[in-house]
Ligand binder design. Sequence first.
Ligand code: FAD
Length: 502
Amino acid sequence: MTGKRLRAELVVIGGGGAGLAAALAAAESGCKSIIVLEKTGAAAGSTAMAHDVFGAESPVQKRQGIDAPKDELFKVAMEWAHWTKINPRIVRAFIDKSGDTIGWLEKMGLSFELIQYYPNQVPLVRHSVKGHGNALMKALRDSCEKKGVKILTFTPGKNILRDEKGKISGVVAESKQGEISIAAQGVIVATGGYGNNEEMLKKHLANYHDTMTYDGPPSNTGDGIRMAADIGAAMAGLGTANLHGPFIRPKSDSHAMKMDAKGLDGSLIRITLWFLAWEPEMIWVNKHGKRFIDEGYQLAFFAFGNAVALQPDGITYTLFDQTTLNKIEREGLIRPGAAAHANWLPVSAATPLPGLEREVRKQADKGELKISNSWDEIAAWMGAAPDVLNATIDEYNAACDDRHDGLFAKDRRYLRSLRTPPFYAVKGHLGLCDTYGGIKINEHMEALDARDNPIPGLYAAGTTAGCWESESYCYRLTGHLVGFALNSGRIAGENAVRYLSK
Ligand SMILES: Cc1cc2nc3c(=O)[nH]c(=O)nc-3n(C[C@H](O)[C@H](O)[C@H](O)COP(=O)(O)OP(=O)(O)OC[C@H]3O[C@@H](n4cnc5c(N)ncnc54)[C@H](O)[C@@H]3O)c2cc1C
């Protein structure tokens, strides 16, 4: 083998939430020589773009008298999954550790606020990090540094090596200076999802649409999944994704929420149309002009992505009239507050939005918004049959008059007719927050082979691993993607050290 040669006890591939939690936990468990390989210029990942961490029986909850029992939350997760597609032992291990992990992060100087994600959420499990994911990752980086963990940036892992006995023997990586071979008996794969790998998305996501946009870092291309598969790791849970929508951001702006040392750049989000597209008082139709959901369902950001995914081309249109726009300008939006996102997004609920109409009109004719006095013209813009769209509007207006939505039983508080021109149509599409699934693991985060035997020395954590989430994001355990990344990382790090010290 050519190039530079290094040696370490443990190599962690991927410096996101799972990777740094794993490295730090391994260092705390006594491992003296740890190298983290990070593909980009900063150990951050999608974790740095996030804001909330799930926790059960955490010190924060206990201090506030919030009863969030691990047993109950385990049952929530398993009922959500119908005991299928996920390994209950992994879920249990993650939930059992989650409260302790919040305390672990507090000791690093982080602080949390418990907030709800959907109306009247009980118990509160969403630990919103002060300073968001960026502060979280900084705390992990600083703690890793103090413990002597070496983080090599711009150094993507390329291949994992096994010796003739099948044990892990090292990693091959690439740096700007060329190839690096690192001899190591333990490897933890934590390279995140494959949201920026079109080929994998097409292969694994049942409702893939090329109109879909991805929110996470461009570096997440499923590398670890490929590396582990190449050395005989079994695959599990591929095809599960955290979907949302209707979402407004053209494909060309994908990765617009670029993450760097400063964190999320929210200024690039087209806030105005985005929020209007989600409002429960609007109607949402597909490209044929037919309603497809109770628009007031759950008032939770991730509750309706699956329904959007089922629509032709993953495209939606949100329709409203001038009266509703005037009301929102006067009284504000409903959805942001109900979803308790106001701490993150720069639009609060129930806050008048003077000048909203002017801002909305500025977006006309840019491809995402049509304003017209005629539903026929809007139907032509959408590519829908005018009689179908008109029938939808008539049926909905009649439902508003009756105060009863006979189709989807929408909450009557959100029934507002569409009768006052001009009429507005906002084009939306499917958003992808992250994928999960890939490397098959057990509750010790050991990577398994085709016979479910652990591959000696190989571990996986975070979204690169599979079988801890069923078909869709279990938003009752709010924040559990970062939660799983951190907790599975810690468990992997601790178990890798146990293996190495044998
Ligand atoms: C905008 C946004 C907001 C979110 N908000 C939340 C939230 O509030 N709560 C929540 O629970 N979840 C949230 N999520 C999802 C959550 O952030 C992720 O699912 C989770 O953080 C994944 O953690 P991870 O460690 O597995 O992956 P990541 O944190 O993405 O880390 C993977 C790392 O591996 C690196 N990498 C990739 N390939 C290689 C390679 N070959 N060699 C070396 N390194 C490599 C990447 O560069 C990256 O740094 C959000 C996601 C996004 C995009």
